[in-house]
Ligand binder design. Structure first.
Ligand SMILES: [Zn+2]
Length: 446
C-alpha cells in the first residue's frame, strides 16, 4: 500500500462487484484506493478498523427521499432525515422536489433548498428537480445547475403547489428533457382510473386498496413506455407496486426502451393482508398490495425487471396520519429501516447480501449516475455500511431519528443490525447514533 493511506477497513466479508471476500480496503483522502487481501500489511501511520465477521457493504444510496425542508420542516428536515439515513447505513440521498416549500422547480428554488441543507447534511445529498405543467423553460437551467433528473406526477400529487402533467404535457416535458440527455422519473398512476375507482372513506384498508387499483398503475406505465419509445427518452418508474405491469416493463426493456424501475421496502416486506384497519401509517400511493403480488415483485428483482429498491421515505406529522385512509397523509417512513427490512425478507427468499447491495447501492447510484458511489472498488468514495446480518432487533420507534417517529415497522423483529456507517472515510454513525454532519451537497457532473 502507498504511504498516503490513512485508513484500512478490514472484514472477512467485503461485498465487492466481483463477489464477497475477506479483504482490507485502503482509504486515502476519502476515496477507496485499493481492495487488498485480508491480511495485507497496514502501512505506518494508517489506522486499522477490523470489523471481524461483520459485513462491509457499499454505503447505501437512496434516491427517493422526501425531506420537506424548508416549508414543511415539521414533517421532516435535512437534520433529522440525514441522521436517520446515517443510522440506517445510507451514505447518499437524493431529495424529491416536492413537499418542501418551495418545491425544486426553478434554479432559484434549488438554491434555497441547498442553502437549508448545507449545514445539516449527515450524508451526501443530491436533488431531483420537478417537472410541472408550467415550468418547461426551467428544466434545462435546473439540469445545468446540477439536479439529477426530473420528477413528475401523472395523477394529483397530494400538494397543490406540485400539479400533475397530462399526457400532452408529459410529452412536451419529456421531449425537452430528452433533448439535453436528462432523465424523467415518474409517479405512474393514471388519474382516470383513480377517478373511476370506488371511493369509500373510512378506516378499512380494503376500501383504500380498492380506491387505488392496479389498473391505474398498469395504464400509466403503458402510456409512459409508449412516450419513452416514441421520443427515445430515458424514464424511470417510481415506487412500482402492481406486479401486473411487470411483463410490459420486461418487454419494453428487451425491446430497448430506456426504462428503469424501482420498488420500495413496504411493497416488498409488508402485505395488504396484514394491515390493520385504521392503521394509516401503512398508507402510501400506490398502495401496499397482496402477498401474491409481492412474490412477483421479488421475482422481478431477481430477474432484473425491477432495478432498485429505495425508500420513498415520505413522512408527515403524526396528526396527519389519522385513522381514515381517505384523508390520512400517504407516505411511509422507513429511511433508517430499509436495509434490515429488505435483508430480513431477502434472506428468507434465498437472496444474498450481494443482491441487496446491488439493489440498494449500485443500481440507485447508476440511476442517478453517481459515479463515485455504489460499490467497494478503487476510485469510488469510501462510503460503507457495516452490517451484522445474523443479529436481530425489534423496531422501537423511539430509536428512530426521523422527525416524526411514526412507522409501519413498529414492533417488527428484523435481521441485520447496522453497526456503523462511513462517509468518505469518516465514521458518521456508531450503533445507530449519528455523529457530526459531514455530508456534502452533490451536483450532477456535466
Ligand atoms: Zn415519493
Amino acid at each position: 500500500m502507498s504511504d498516503d493511506v490513512e485508513l484500512v477497513l478490514r472484514s472477512t466479508r467485503v461485498i465487492t462487484p466481483e463477489g464477497t471476500r475477506a479483504a482490507s480496503v485502503a482509504v486515502a483522502a476519502g476515496k477507496i484506493v485499493a481492495v487488498l487481501p485480508h491480511e495485507a500489511e497496514v502501512p505506518a501511520g494508517a489506522r486499522l478498523e477490523d470489523f471481524g465477521d461483520d459485513v462491509l457493504l457499499p454505503g447505501l444510496v437512496d434516491t427517493h427521499v422526501h425531506v420537506n425542508d424548508p416549508g414543511r420542516t415539521e414533517w421532516e428536515g435535512f437534520w433529522t432525515a440525514t441522521r436517520a439515513a446515517a443510522a440506517g447505513g445510507i451514505t447518499t440521498i437524493v431529495d424529491m422536489p416536492l413537499n418542501s416549500l418551495p418545491p425544486t422547480t426553478t434554479v432559484e428554488n434549488l438554491r434555497v433548498k441547498q442553502d437549508v441543507a448545507r449545514s445539516k447534511a449527515h450524508v451526501d445529498v443530491g436533488f431531483w428537480g420537478g417537472a410541472l405543467p408550467d415550468n418547461v423553460k426551467d428544466l434545462r437551467p435546473l439540469h445545468d445547475a446540477g439536479v439529477y433528473g426530473f420528477k413528475c406526477f401523472l395523477s394529483p400529487s397530494g400538494v397543490e403547489e406540485f400539479p400533475e402533467l397530462d399526457q400532452e404535457q408529459l410529452a412536451t416535458s419529456l421531449a425537452e428533457i430528452s433533448g439535453f440527455g436528462g432523465l424523467m422519473i415518474v409517479h405512474a398512476e393514471d388519474p382516470h382510473h383513480l377517478e373511476s375507482a370506488p371511493q369509500t372513506p373510512g378506516p378499512k384498508y380494503a376500501d383504500f386498496l380498492a380506491s387505488r387499483p392496479r389498473d391505474a398503475e398498469n395504464t400509466a406505465i403503458e402510456n409512459l413506455i409508449a412516450q419513452a419509445r416514441r421520443l427515445n427518452a430515458r424514464v424511470h418508474v417510481l415506487h412500482l407496486s402492481s406486479s401486473d405491469a411487470l411483463p410490459l416493463i420486461a418487454a419494453a426493456k428487451a425491446e430497448g426502451v430506456r426504462v428503469s424501475v424501482e420498488s420500495c421496502p413496504h411493497y416488498l416486506t409488508l402485505t395488504a393482508e396484514e394491515v390493520p384497519d385504521g392503521a394509516s401509517e401503512f398508507k402510501c400511493c400506490p398502495p401496499i398490495r397482496e402477498a401474491a403480488n409481492q412474490d412477483l415483485l421479488w421475482d422481478a428483482l431477481a430477474d432484473g425487471t425491477i432495478d432498485c429498491i429505495v425508500s420513498d421515505h415520505s413522512p408527515s406529522t403524526a396528526d396527519l396520519k389519522t385513522g381514515d385512509f381517505a384523508t390520512a397523509w400517504g407516505g411511509i417512513s422507513s429511511l433508517q429501516l430499509g436495509l434490515p427490512a429488505i435483508w430480513t425478507e431477502a434472506r428468507k427468499r434465498g437472496h444474498t447480501l450481494e443482491d441487496v447491495a446491488r439493489w440498494m447501492s449500485t443500481a440507485p447510484a447508476a440511476l442517478a449516475e453517481l459515479a463515485a458511489k455504489g460499490a467497494i472498488e478503487a476510485g469510488r468514495d469510501a462510503d460503507f455500511a457495516v452490517l451484522a446480518p445474523e443479529e436481530t432487533f425489534t423496531v422501537d420507534p423511539a430509536h428512530l431519528h426521523h422527525r416524526n417517529q411514526v412507522t409501519a415497522y413498529a414492533g417488527k423483529t428484523l435481521h441485520g443490525v447496522v453497526k456503523s456507517t462511513w462517509l468518505r472515510g469518516t465514521q458518521i454513525a456508531d450503533h445507530g447514533t449519528p455523529t457530526e454532519p459531514t455530508g456534502r451537497l452533490l451536483e450532477r457532473q456535466n
